[in-house]
Design a protein around this ligand. Structure first.
Ligand code: RB5
Length: 150
């Protein structure tokens, strides 16, 4: 189950991604927004990041205007590795090196077709582990030092 949410700045791209993923037979849970009224992106970042942090879901996608606010907010949740990607290469690396459990996209900066390809390479990619796991372990260690434990 792939979670997805956006604010008003990411609504249009989110809808395109929902249609794209559903056509590919990927089960998704669309956690809003569903209208273009102005909302606060941290509320929607939490809808995806909190269940992932609690291990109630494994992966998600967040979209706001630039992707910046969503990535800042989502990364406050222990165990969340939210990666703001800009192109297919950064989306691929987000999976292969960072094992990002949330892909963050900017609805006002990305071409929708590119965004769909980015979602594909991230979702279908494989984490390489090895030396990258040592680095992720160090991030867990940093979370512990900061007083949160995933
Ligand atoms: C909303 O106008 C905009 O600030 C938001 O979508 C996002 O880009 C924040 O980082």
């Amino acid at each position: 189950m792939l979670l997805i949410a956006s604010d008003h700045g990411g609504l249009e791209l989110k809808q395109i991604l929902v249609d794209y993923l559903q056509k590919r037979g990927i089960e998704i849970n669309d956690l809003g927004v569903h209208a273009d009224d102005s909302v606060d992106y941290p509320d929607y970042a939490a809808r995806v990041a909190e269940p992932i942090s609690k291990n109630e879901a494994q992966q998600g996608i967040l979209v706001c205007g630039t992707g910046i606010g969503m990535s800042i907010a989502a990364n406050k949740f222990p165990g969340v590795r939210a990666a703001l990607a800009h192109d297919e290469f950064t989306a691929q690396m987000a999976r292969e090196h960072n094992n990002a459990n949330i892909l963050v996209l900017g609805g006002r900066v990305l071409d929708p077709e590119l965004a769909c390809r980015m979602v594909s390479v991230w979702y279908e990619g494989n984490y390489e582990g090895g030396r990258h796991q040592n680095r992720l372990n160090k991030i867990i260690q940093l979370e512990r030092q900061c007083g949160s434990d995933a």
